[in-house]
Design a protein around this ligand. Sequence first.
Ligand code: 5AD
Ligand code: SF4
Length: 417
Amino acid sequence: MNVHDSEKMLGILHGQGYARAESPEGADLIIFNTCAIREKAEQKFYSQLGRTKMLKRRRNEVKIAVAGCVAQETKERLFGRAPYVDFIVGPQNIHLIAETIGGERRTALLDDNRELASTEVAARRGSEIKAWVSIMFGCNNFCSYCIVPLTRGREVSRPSSAIIAEIRSLSEKGYKEVTLLGQNVNSYCSDITFPQLLRRIDALGIERIRFVTSHPRDLSDELIRAVAELPHVCEHIHLPIQSGSREILSRMNRGYTYEEYMVKIEKIRSEVPHVSITADVIAGFPGETSRDHEETLRALRAIGYDGIFAFKYSPRKGTKAAEMDDRISDEEKSLRLGEILKLQEEITLRKNRALEGTVQEILVEGPSDTDGTLLMGRTRTNKIVTVAGDGYVQGSFVQVFIEQARHHSLSGKPLPC
Ligand code: 5AD
Ligand code: SF4
């Protein structure tokens, strides 16, 4: 979401005559687009911000802006902590970035701003093949550990007509894939529902449609049917479980039990053949006993995700969980996280191995990060595949015979067309 917010700010500023600088040293304006989801992200920002102090000392005319969730959370106090910061703009006001940096020094735009959803912004995207497309902003869920509702505000959906117009234009420009973005896409609410929106987008003909993130409580039968039926909607669902323990899920205020979650998983698997399912998991939530942790491990074994993102719980000021006792030591959190990751590595490898000897369609994205002589693409199920790269251009679809599975990717041979 933050990457796409940056693309939007870049688009707006481009319209004002700015161009992207190659390095902070050569820039007239430096924008930090910050994330506050965990303490680590915040620390990274502060250490990078500290480095710009020297830049500002050398060239006082350089403008420094701080955007995103740390800006929203810290508010004007950030000017006190880092007096060389010129502007602050919260995530609900990024469409006003030009006005912010055109204003007086020490301007802060931090109001709740629902206009964001009805303001059209021409993003300057980093890819010419795959595009992020916002469909809604904010979150009404208040999971007890999460800072997002406090920084991004209440849910507001973008009009379906604007979303459809944007995707039609991306398709005309040659984009092959869109990922619809929202904190909880299932509660998209405009003149149509989220599954109806998917149907309209599918009819536009863009080859691949993805979406993140689905909240398990709100994942409807209608949505599962849409994923099963619509040819362009990819067979991949990211469905964060967070924990396998009933008690912890309740204290997280997630609104479902492990059993209810499992019913959805079974439904997805029975209706969408070859679907891949991924999730987020938090290790060491306050009060998590070793038994709760075992229940998470048991859930991972039972569900058999294609992949997960797992994190150590990080207390966030202002959230309910930050007030809860029974904090787990950092060492214990690391141990639990390590066990979760190790177990999932084995499961992912087993899942990937099952694809050896099959043929998968990939969308070629470009040279592989690990070996520039190879090309990298993704399957519809979002698995990374590398292939020897002669004669295939970025944005093409290639049928690949999968020869080898690894922990985080597959490799294979392209089939002759
Ligand atoms: N600590 C650790 N992980 C968190 N997440 C959100 N808030 C926290 C936190 N305070 C994780 C959740 C969410 C993902 C985007 O980040 O797993 O699904
Ligand atoms: Fe945070 Fe929960 Fe909203 Fe996701 S659904 S953004 S975890 S409050």
